[in-house]
Each structure stands twice: as structure tokens, then as C-alpha cells.
Design a protein. Structure first.
Length: 254
């Protein structure tokens, strides 16, 4: 069996591969890659701010802050990401019209960002909380003994160290968000997978196109995973890594 017969036996058409030598095809893929990376970076940035507030709320000594934070985190983590994305894609405009006016129309890009950010912020809140709790308790006691208030202790002593420990875990979460951006195509965002779908509906070669898309996702995620591993080995102490990994495993199981 020659290579042509082998490809045909596995549903691949050799005649469609030369199209991937066309620069226009790769420019089209490039637009999808740019949208995927932009959505991922914006979603992680928004999620970090929201996750930090949720983590601090969950660690608060005040029940009226702690219990709503716990309920929000656990409820959002139990929902599928696709459900949140579709919800903002359908109802996002009506949610913000009381603020921005009756003619406001939420762009599909931001609907995808909000759906991803809502879920990712709940995950990052647990990662941040694990990073804070992984620090020795004596540091908090020493800071308070020096006369620092609780907010000052968090700002100047606890958070700088905890955030440094969380860099590898946040890089890993960015990898997860990049893969989850494939879901925003359901609301009309032309990210990488949606661009690939547009190509194979015109050229009728879904297997070939999806192999290229999968390879692009692999390259991006592999580079980020290796960077995350280097940061983890270089910065995070063993105990802190274990605690943060436990949170990630619980999230994957959920």
C-alpha cells in the first residue's frame, strides 16, 4: 500500500493537502489564532481580578462576605463553561442595557470573554486561596506583631509571595482557557476552530483541516505548558505546588 492509498483508507484526500501551501489559508488561520490568544489573555486578566476578590472574600472573617463568596465559587465551578458562554451570548445584551442604554448590543467577543472569565475566576479564586494558605502562618503573625493591619499584611507580606507562587498555576490555567476558547465559536466568534470550520465547509476536507487546527493548538499549549513547568520548578516550593495541584485536580474532576 502506497502513501496515497494509506491516506485514502483513513479518510484523507491527498489532493487537498496542497491548499495548505497557500499563504492566504495561513493568513485565515492566523486571524483565528489572534482571536483565540486575545480572548484568552483578556479572559485571564479579568478572571485574575475577580478571582483575587473572591479568594479574599472566601478567606474573610466576616460571614456576610465569606459565605456568599463560597456559594458563588462553588456554584460557578459546578456549571459547564459552554453554558455560561451561551448564556452571555443570548442574554448578555439585555443584562447590560439598564446600564448602557436600550440600544446596547454586547459584542460576541465580550460575551465569550465574560463566559470564560466567570468560570475561570472561580477556579483562580481557589488557586489564589491555596497559594495564600500555603505560606507559613508565622509570616502573618510576624507582620501583625510589627504593627501592620490585616489589609497591610495582605498587601505587603502575604499577596506578593502568594502571587509569585501562583505564576505556574496561572500559566497552566491560561493553557486551559486557550483550549476552552474553542467553545466561543458556538456564539459566532471566529476563533481558531471556527476559522477551520469555515475552511472545511468550503473545501469539504474536515479531517485535514482539523488535523492542522489540532496541531496549532498543540504547539501553543505545549509551549505554555513547558514555560509553566520551568516556572514551577524554579519558583514554587514543593508544599505550595502540592496544594495548588490539588485544587487543579479537584477542578478537573468537577
Amino acid at each position: 500500500m502506497d502513501i496515497t492509498e494509506f491516506l485514502q483508507a483513513h479518510g484523507l484526500r491527498p489532493s487537498t493537502w496542497p491548499m495548505f501551501a497557500d499563504p492566504a489559508i495561513w493568513r485565515f488561520f492566523g486571524e483565528g489564532i489572534r482571536e483565540t490568544l486575545l480572548i484568552s489573555v483578556v479572559a485571564v486578566a479579568v478572571s485574575f481580578v475577580a478571582g483575587l476578590l473572591l479568594a479574599l472574600g472566601r478567606l474573610s472573617t466576616r460571614r456576610w462576605i465569606r459565605w456568599p463568596s463560597i456559594a458563588w465559587i462553588e456554584s460557578i465551578r459546578a456549571l459547564p463553561v459552554l453554558l455560561l458562554i451561551v448564556y452571555f451570548g443570548i442574554k448578555g445584551s439585555s443584562l447590560f442595557r439598564p446600564i448602557f442604554g436600550p440600544d446596547f448590543d454586547l459584542p460576541r467577543f465580550w460575551a465569550g470573554v465574560l463566559g470564560l472569565s466567570m468560570y475561570t475566576s472561580a477556579v483562580l479564586a481557589e488557586i489564589i486561596r491555596a497559594g495564600i494558605l500555603s505560606l507559613p502562618r508565622g509570616q502573618t503573625e510576624a507582620a501583625r506583631a510589627l504593627g501592620l493591619s490585616h489589609p497591610q499584611t495582605l498587601r505587603h507580606v502575604i499577596l506578593p509571595q502568594a502571587l509569585r507562587l501562583m505564576v505556574p498555576a496561572m500559566m497552566a490555567q491560561l493553557t486551559t482557557v486557550i483550549k476552552d476558547t474553542s467553545l466561543v465559536g458556538t456564539i459566532g466568534v471566529f476563533e481558531l476552530l471556527r476559522q477551520g470550520r469555515t475552511i472545511y465547509t468550503q473545501f469539504f476536507n474536515p479531517i485535514e483541516v482539523l488535523l492542522i487546527v489540532a496541531f496549532i493548538y498543540f504547539v501553543i499549549c505545549f509551549v505554555l505548558s513547558q514555560l509553566s513547568r520551568r516556572l514551577e520548578l524554579g519558583r514554587a516550593p514543593r508544599l505550595a505546588r502540592i496544594k495548588i495541584q490539588e485544587v487543579q485536580l479537584r477542578d478537573q474532576a468537577a
